[in-house]
Design a protein around this ligand. Structure first.
Ligand code: R5P
Length: 305
């Protein structure tokens, strides 16, 4: 592949795995911080980018605003270095849960992030399981949203092969239902979809459920786990419905605030999360296994770039 890969940091190892899989070296941009908290992003060897296709590999996890600005500055600097095309590969896209404004029918804050990246010089975006696929419409550049339906189906199939007739896939809210149905169709297992009401950035309440599933092992699947409130509420409800074991699959481990502490007190046996975001903290009482999605990302890059 004749693209140059550049990251800002790679604490989850995802960028390195993608680079290795593509057989390309991974370059790092330098980030310096001014005493008043401004950032300056510098390329180590700017001349090499002249006339090139440059791929930025960087999720915009917490601190979200810092990472968004760093990616924007990097795109701008790559264009300053005469890169012909800049493709941003942002596996976890921060602000993607802010697709709607408080003013009915108006776009949410994520539209500003889309415009910022474009005006900074990003020519195309590759992301993973974007929280709301219609966010792509806020961009005027091409957006490719990688689906992990097959990756999760394959992982669940291998992990739960001996008890497949006993598992039930759980969508903790309406937003995750298409994702969960997609996986259940591949695995040929039943599903339950919960309905939740949100009454604040971190407060939710279960208000109903649909679906029919007979099993003893429940697997909750969602694109994001942040405070853990949604997943824990559903896990507790499943225990009261008679499930013996509750597992979780979450694509983007945002794991904010006291999430790990709360998960450690919850009914979860084990959780599986992808490496779109590094998991820095650990807590006794909750087992979190990270699965690598670099192969899927590298395959899409090879097809598109
Ligand atoms: C929102 O609809 C997402 O799909 C997740 O359900 C949500 O972000 C989870 O947030 P929390 O872990 O804070 O309940």
């Amino acid at each position: 592949m004749d693209a140059i890969l550049v990251a800002l940091e790679d604490q989850s190892g995802l960028a390195e795995h993608v680079a290795r899989r593509l057989g390309c070296p991974l370059h790092f941009a330098k980030v310096s911080e001014y005493p008043d908290t401004e950032f300056r992003v510098s390329l180590q060897d700017p001349d090499q980018f002249a006339g090139s296709k440059a791929l930025i590999l960087q999720s915009t996890y917490a601190p979200v605003n810092d990472h968004v600005m760093m990616v924007s500055f990097l795109a701008h600097e790559l264009k300053n270095a005469q890169a012909k095309e800049v493709v941003a590969v942002i596996p976890y896209f921060g602000y993607s849960r802010q697709e709607e404004s408080d003013i009915k029918g108006k776009p949410g804050q994520v539209e500003v992030i889309a415009k910022l990246l474009e005006s900074a010089g990003v020519d195309a975006l590759i992301t993973v399981e974007l929280h709301e696929p219609f966010i792509a419409d806020f961009f005027s550049i091409p957006v490719y949203n990688i689906s992990l339906i097959e990756v999760l189906a394959d992982h669940i199939n291998r992990r739960f092969s001996s008890i497949k007739q006993d598992i039930c896939l759980i969508s903790p809210d309406k937003g995750a239902q298409d994702f969960v149905y997609g996986i259940s169709q591949l695995l040929q297992v039943g599903t339950i979809v919960f309905t939740k009401e949100r009454f604040g950035p971190s407060q939710t309440r279960l208000v109903g459920k649909t679906g029919d599933c007979v099993g003893t092992t429940a697997i909750i699947i969602d694109d994001i786990i942040s405070t853990g409130g949604t997943a824990i509420g559903v896990a507790q409800e499943l225990m009261s419905m008679g499930y013996n074991n509750v597992y979780g699959y979450f694509v983007h481990p945002v794991l904010s605030g006291e999430a790990l502490y709360r998960l450690a007190q919850s009914p979860f046996n084990e959780m599986y999360v992808s490496n779109t975001i590094p998991v820095f903290k650990s807590h006794e009482g909750i087992q979190i296994e990270v699965f690598d999605i670099s192969d899927r990302i590298a395959t899409v890059i090879e097809q598109l770039v």
